[in-house]
Design a protein around this ligand. Structure first.
Ligand SMILES: [Ca+2]
Length: 144
């Protein structure tokens, strides 16, 4: 991830542009019954289906330049009623995210804050309840 800080001289205004690395779910390691799905509404035309409790997606190589709190945005399609997703970094405590009903093939984006370490991190997404499809994950840092 490249970060570029631009300071507007004398104005006291700082503009911070952050490049957001995107991790396609279909490129993650699948656990349980998780599997790649073709979906024309998903980025790259593909996504990862998680079909029930115990299915997982593992991103083994999430690289960030600095340690600290990051926002993980997860793009979800077609969650079953009451479906729940959890996330954890580096084997840490899971953050649970309840998925809301959404229009078929519409993309819902859910956010969770996770502590990441400088360098490589392992991010795991767990199916805690119900089925849903994950399209991609964006990892970024709020400016400031
Ligand atoms: Ca995708």
């Amino acid at each position: 991830m490249n970060e570029l800080a631009v300071e507007a001289a004398g104005s006291g205004v700082e503009v911070l542009a952050v490049e957001i690395p995107r991790y396609e779910a279909e490129w993650a390691a699948f656990g349980g019954d998780a599997a790649e799905e073709e979906n024309p509404y998903a980025s790259r035309g593909a996504a990862a289906g998680l079909y029930g409790e115990g299915d997982t997606l593992r991103f083994a190589n999430v690289n960030v330049p600095r340690g600290g709190k990051y926002t993980v945005s997860v793009a979800v399609l077609n969650p079953a009623e009451g479906a729940e997703l959890s996330l954890a970094a580096n084997g840490g405590r899971k953050k649970a995210v309840k998925l809301k009903a959404q229009e078929r093939n519409a993309r819902g984006v859910y956010e969770a804050e996770l502590e990441l370490e400088a360098g490589e991190n392992e991010l795991v997404l767990f199916d805690s309840r119900g089925s849903f499809i994950i399209d991609y994950v964006d990892i970024w840092r709020r400016p400031g």
